[in-house]
Write a protein that binds this ligand. Structure first.
Ligand code: ADP
Length: 199
């Protein structure tokens, strides 16, 4: 009986969303670096057609694929949700998510608004959503520029324009975190994870 109960317990999906540059990736990575939390939570890796950036590794940061491969995966229904962002495709591979949840283990994802809504619809009972708020748009701009990934001025402007729209959706999330001071924001996120994990 006990074994059956354990089998039926599904893992949870922790979605971190927020505008580009708000600190989603940093916060989720740091959350998983916590020894205890890291044993319970792993980061889902997206599939993308975006070129690899300096320091990124295939399979660790993303699964980098060609446009044709991405289309094949979509057609085969091997992608749960996807988006086109600034000319590149990003998607969540279905297999690793399903396997992890079936085992009763948790999964962390950084997603945009559309992806968050899609996953919440597919997994309504075990999805938890957190929105990361930047202190201001000017701080957001500085962070995007400081990340040194976007050298293109036009791309930075596009990211900021999208950010203004995305910020309006913050109230639709289960939790909102202000990422002004990274340590404070991380503490908040840990509290949320611990609370939700013990429920
Ligand atoms: P996102 O994944 O939301 O696009 P990142 O996690 O890549 O954002 O963060 C964008 C940049 O801002 C990174 O260079 C990161 O180190 C920096 N950053 C994140 N949080 C803070 C913070 N609280 N204070 C200062 N810099 C931060």
């Amino acid at each position: 009986m006990k074994a059956k109960k354990r089998q039926n317990k599904q893992g949870k999906i922790f979605i971190i969303s927020g505008p580009s540059g708000s600190g989603k990736t940093t916060l989720l990575t740091r959350l998983i670096q916590d020894k205890k939390i890291g044993k319970l939570l792993v980061k889902s890796r997206s599939v993308t057609t975006r070129p690899k950036r300096l320091g990124e590794r295939q399979g660790r940061d993303y699964f980098f694929v060609t446009k044709d491969e991405f289309r094949r995966l979509l057609k085969a229904k091997k992608i749960l949700e996807w988006t086109k962002y600034l000319g590149y495709y990003y998607g969540t591979p279905k297999g690793p998510v399903e396997n992890r949840l079936k085992k009763g283990k948790h999964l962390g994802l950084c997603l945009d608004l559309k992806g968050t809504r899609v996953l919440k619809k597919i997994y309504p009972h075990n999805t938890l959503t957190v929105f990361v708020l930047p202190p201001s748009l000017s701080v957001l701009k500085t962070r995007i520029e400081g990340r040194c990934r976007e050298t293109n001025k036009k791309e930075i402007t596009q990211r900021l324009r999208l950010a203004q729209r995305e910020l309006l959706a913050a109230s639709q999330f289960d939790y909102c975190i202000l990422n002004q001071n990274l340590r404070v924001a991380l503490r908040e996120l840990k509290k949320i994870f611990i609370k939700e994990n013990s429920v």
